[in-house]
Write a protein that binds this ligand. Structure first.
Ligand code: BCO
Length: 572
């Protein structure tokens, strides 16, 4: 039973507090222009507390700010007033009980539970830098994240506490471990009971727009994930007029973002975007992905808008559902990977709704998209969203003419736009590497047409995008290398009709495993990868080969294997 159901929330006393109302006017319209650079901004005080005040003044309808449900019939509904109260308590738990300070790092690895939103917002109130991570992470992934970031604190759940405990001794900076659970655990603080007893009086920091706020771990072509550090500007960006035009959310909207809260898509789609408009953030616990639950939820609840990766739409279309005419759904958005025109058309035929694409990365947040009400060009990821000046550039940073293939670049000189990441933490080399002339080079191959619509073509590096997950081959190859059957491996993307791409591993076996049953061994290796690293990375396809193609200097030619996969798919 969750401690904070709608009923029990009323037991909390809401203390009066001084508020700053900067980001939005009484109608919810943004106060800033796209190219403004305010010195100070804090999403908790400037947006969340603004809507709390609107509620107090009777200027916002009765719909909740957060509406959480699960498949067992449990439900949590919180108003903005309750959110202000609870997130101030969370802030006090972090600073008073845990002794954390502005600039400290906190790993936030929770499933879709209401406490995730309290922790994130409590961090923003205090200036503690939060680092979201999916609950699919395993001990090795968590250790890497805690060590790389020097995290002082972690908030997680029962399922992951043993994984954390197994590596905590290797993380000297880790001071406090907070558990979100109905049970206690030795060495862990009980987040739910601490929130109950904490004071709701807290003064939000006056953060500079350029102060760090959040770090996302993002996979690269080589090595292990990089830490893309963002300032409070990431959240401010959602108040800009161009961002507000993307979905045109209103306070009466009920918005459902299906992405796992470990990804930037959820931080934008389940926090900044809807709350800037005063809308309801709808959350389904969804511990396992199940298209049937998604369809039932869209029929059962008054959801007006949703955002999900293209694979989610494809997986729903794959099933034999009867009607997909959802009673309240008005607008659908997708991001994380490319969606084909035929898929957009199929969704339109079944639901009557056009899927609007948005594009971004952990480094860039909202980059481009098709604005609600503007022409949808199927297959295009829309136009640039100011303040980003998006251009197609060559490898030297020269701007290319329309309809010419090149890299998608975001102008950073003379001024870096608000909302773009600050840097890769502890990695000046990789930070410098993505700078290309006057641009940040996303590494994504695109074209732009005469009307400014952007068309995704793919990547020419080794990064794999499997159902919206960005996966670096080295992470999978290193997990495979831990198995005694693997002499060496090369991991590449392989086209897939449902997931866009899947991870494929070409494996050279050690002599003692050559006689093993290949199907059984492939399954064993897949289970092995799922056990040692986040399972979304496991190779859904495995091929045993006598040797890997290499250059004369011994570098694996992954591009050759990738091309082989693509041409094989085309032949099928
Ligand atoms: O398919 P399998 O059953 O063989 O394996 C699945 C899971 O069953 C398994 N698994 C999960 N937790 C496990 C576990 N195995 C062992 N132990 C555990 N604790 O591992 C495999 C995980 O794969 P999956 O996550 O792709 O699973 P699934 O259920 O097929 O989900 C499908 C999708 C479409 C819901 C999922 O792939 C998804 O959520 N994709 C979207 C990702 C996303 O939100 N990307 C956005 C990133 S942010 C960005 O791109 C910037 C945009 C502005």
């Amino acid at each position: 039973v969750l401690w904070g159901t709608h009923k029990s929330c009323h037991a909390f006393h809401l203390a009066p507090r001084t508020l700053r109302f900067q980001s939005v006017s009484a109608t919810g319209a943004p106060r800033w222009n796209d190219h403004d650079r305010p010195e100070k901004f804090n999403f908790a005080s400037d947006v969340l507390d603004y809507w709390t005040q609107m509620e107090k003044e009777g200027k916002r309808g009765p719909n909740p700010a957060l509406w959480w449900v699960n498949s067992q019939g449990d439900e949590v509904k919180w108003s903005f007033r309750e959110l202000t109260d609870f997130t101030c308590r969370a802030a006090n738990v972090f600073t008073q009980t845990c002794g954390l300070q502005q600039g400290d790092r906190l790993a936030l690895i929770l499933p879709r539970v209401p406490e995730w939103w309290l922790v994130a917002m409590g961090c923003i109130r205090t200036g503690i830098i939060f680092m979201p991570g999916t609950t699919q992470l395993k001990a090795k992934d968590i250790l890497y994240r805690l060590k790389q970031s020097n995290a002082q604190s972690i908030v997680t759940t029962d399922a992951l506490a043993p994984e954390v405990d197994s590596v905590a001794s290797e993380c000297p900076a880790l001071k406090t471990k907070l558990l979100v659970s109905d049970h206690g655990r030795e060495g862990w603080l009980d987040f739910r009971s601490l929130i109950q007893s904490a004071s709701p009086d807290h003064t939000c920091i006056k953060s500079k727009t350029t102060d760090p706020m959040v770090i996302f771990f993002t996979s690269g072509t080589t090595g292990f994930p990089k830490m893309a550090k963002h300032s409070h500007g990431l959240s401010l960006r959602h108040s800009f007029p161009s961002s507000r035009k993307l979905l045109q959310l209103k306070a009466s909207d009920v918005f459902w973002c299906l992405s796992d809260p470990g990804w930037i898509l959820a931080v934008m789609g389940a926090v900044f975007e809807p709350w800037t408009a005063g809308s309801t953030v709808f959350i389904h616990h969804l511990p396992q992905f199940d298209p049937k639950v998604i369809v039932e939820t869209l029929f059962k609840y008054p959801i007006t808008q949703c955002i999900a990766a293209p694979s989610v739409y494809r997986m729903i279309l794959q099933e034999n559902f009867g009607s997909l005419r959802f009673p309240t759904l008005e607008h659908c958005t997708t991001g994380g990977e490319a969606m084909l025109p035929e898929e957009q058309e199929k969704w339109r035929q079944r639901t009557g709704l056009l899927v609007h694409q948005v594009y971004g990365q952990s480094e860039t947040g909202l980059t481009c998209g098709t604005l609600r009400g503007s022409q949808v060009k199927p297959g295009s990821m829309g136009k640039a969203i100011p303040p980003f000046d998006v251009q197609v550039i060559d490898d030297e940073g020269n701007v290319l003419p329309p309809n010419t293939e090149g890299n998608l670049g975001i102008r950073i000189k003379p001024t870096k736009p608000i909302g773009l990441f600050m840097l890769y933490e502890n990695d000046p080399v990789k930070t410098a590497k993505v700078e290309c002339g006057d641009f940040y080079n996303t590494g994504d191959k695109v074209t732009i047409d005469e009307e400014g619509y952007i068309w995704f073509l793919g990547r020419d590096d080794d990064i794999i995008n499997a159902s919206g997950y960005r996966i670096g081959p080295a992470e999978v190859e290193s997990a495979l290398a831990e198995h005694p059957a693997v002499a060496e491996s090369a991991v590449v993307s392989s086209p897939d009709p449902i997931r866009g791409q899947v991870v494929k591993a070409f494996i050279v076996l050690t002599p003692q495993f050559l006689s093993h049953d290949p199907d059984q061994l492939a399954k064993e290796l897949q289970e092995h990868v799922k056990a040692v690293t986040a399972p979304y990375k496991y190779p859904r396809k495995v091929e045993f080969v006598p040797e890997l193609p290499k250059t004369i200097t011994g570098k694996i030619k992954r591009s050759e294997l990738r091309e082989k996969e693509s041409s094989q798919m085309q032949r099928q």
